[in-house]
Design a protein around this ligand. Structure first.
Ligand SMILES: Cc1cc2nc3c(=O)[nH]c(=O)nc-3n(C[C@H](O)[C@H](O)[C@H](O)COP(=O)(O)OP(=O)(O)OC[C@H]3O[C@@H](n4cnc5c(N)ncnc54)[C@H](O)[C@@H]3O)c2cc1C
Length: 410
């Protein structure tokens, strides 16, 4: 096995952010090595939305064609109340005039596209599996990264892309409170079936108070069927540990959705036909005021774990990678580049963490639900001006930096 040399950048964690970082540095001719805790990569998780701001970065890395091959190019965001009535629909990605598409994709497929590109471009030895980071030490010249059951590694700087349960975040914030549970539990699954609505609609239905669902296609098969990703949210007093692989049971969450047989989708059937179901609590952590500690930076979920709403957990990790690799190219001193990275990203992303708690995009449905008292409506125009609903959506895009201008990197 190769060791990281003193001049290398050490990336801890080979998830979405860590692998994007490796590709981005490699594209700029900056040597790096990735150390990942898992002993093998498995297609874990379910669906993830990659919107134009993230796809711009991945396209620059030459990955758009592969993502298109695995995922589904989304056409619209569609919002429905608990009665299945359409509240608001707007085009997304290229269908909304963005320069880059919006892909809905299995997280395992996205990870695979990134991993294959890293192996092809940096070589198979660039990612060391079975390396669980235990801590880092640093001096004026560089970093020493320690692992459980593996030799230590040296480098110029260390980038902690080690996810929600980051070992390095714990090193720098040893007294941090446990993850913040928002009183909401999620059950997620995938079901193969014929397409619904446009076949490329990212659909949100209901409100979390009574039961909410997010439903979208993530794979297209030759026989015309699709793999549909669905996610339910419900209020709960307690929760299990946040592990993306915890299995879920239909009987624990089906009740509010049992009557949701709409003319555009039979939701109880969708759930009953699931290939598997996973359970995950809605957790994040309070934003912190510092991600960079001289030669070590917390990045991605290690820096800003957020509710998985609005497709921004993965996207912001990707944007972190792009931002820092650009700064490392411009500045010879990596410590200065890390400081600038923090100055550029910390406030922006911390705001997304807080917005995802109480005003995610599905705030549109909550607004209408409050106005109608949860009852069906005759005409949405009699309830609220659709321009006000569009304004809610636009506000989230501004905060999450995927308005048309921001998504293009302007
Ligand atoms: C298994 C899994 C499944 C997921 N499924 C979904 C999903 O279905 N939908 C969704 O929206 N989001 C999902 N997420 C979250 C989403 O991928 C992240 O929010 C987003 O990609 C942020 O990227 P990241 O690189 O910061 O973290 P991640 O993509 O989570 O990557 C972190 C990586 O660090 C590794 N790691 C952890 N600890 C250590 C350590 N001590 N040393 C070395 N490596 C370490 C992990 O194994 C992982 O590969 C999932 C995350 C994981 C880990």
């Amino acid at each position: 096995m190769k060791s990281a040399k003193n001049g290398d950048i050490v990336i801890i964690g080979g998830g979405i952010g860590g692998l994007t970082m490796a590709l981005s540095l490699h594209q700029r001719g900056i040597p790096c090595r990735v150390f990942e805790a898992a002993s093998e990569f498995r297609p874990l998780g379910v669906g993830i939305n990659m919107m134009p701001h993230a796809i711009r970065v991945l396209s620059t890395l030459g990955l758009e064609e592969n993502l298109n091959r695995y995922g589904v190019e989304a056409k619209e965001f569609a919002y429905f109340n608990r009665h299945g009535q359409e509240i608001f629909t707007e085009p997304c990605g290229r269908f909304a005039g963005y320069e880059y598409p919006h892909f809905s994709i299995h997280r395992g497929d996205l990870h695979q596209v990134l991993y294959e590109a890293v192996v092809e471009r940096l070589g198979v030895g660039a990612v060391s599996l079975g390396h669980r980071c235990a801590g880092v030490e640093q001096d004026a010249d560089g970093v020493t990264v320690r692992f459980e059951d593996a030799p230590e590694q040296h480098g110029r700087i260390a980038l902690a892309f080690d996810g929600f349960h980051s070992a390095l975040r714990h090193q720098f914030y040893p007294d941090e409170a446990p993850p913040q549970f928002g009183g909401i539990n999620m059950w997620r699954g995938v079901t193969r079936r014929k397409p619904f609505l446009t076949g490329a609609s990212v659909t949100r239905v209901g409100t979390v108070q009574v039961g909410k669902m997010v439903i979208y296609a993530i794979r297209q098969f030759d026989d015309g069927t699709q793999l549909i990703n669905w996610n339910t949210e419900q209020p709960r007093d307690d929760h299990k540990l946040n592990d993306w692989a915890t299995p879920g049971r239909i009987e624990d969450f089906i009740e509010p959705f049992a009557g949701w047989k709409f003319d555009w989708l039979d939701i109880p059937q969708l759930i009953a036909d699931a290939e598997f179901i996973l359970e995950y609590p809605m957790v994040d952590r309070d934003p912190v005021g510092r991600w960079v500690f001289d030669r070590v930076a917390l990045m991605g979920d290690a820096a800003h774990p957020m509710y998985p709403r609005g497709g921004n957990g993965g996207a912001q990790a990707i944007l972190d990678a792009e931002c820092l690799s650009g700064l490392l190219t411009e500045h010879e001193d990596p410590v200065a580049a890390l400081r600038m990275f923090e100055a550029e990203r910390l406030e922006v992303v911390n705001r997304i963490v807080l917005t995802n708690r109480d005003q995610p995009p599905d705030y549109i449905i909550e607004t209408v639900d409050n106005l109608t008292g949860g009852a069906p409506f005759e005409r949405i125009e009699d309830v609220i001006d659709p321009a006000e609903l569009a304004a809610i959506s636009d506000r989230y895009k501004d905060t999450a930096r995927y308005s048309k201008e921001a998504a293009c990197g302007r």
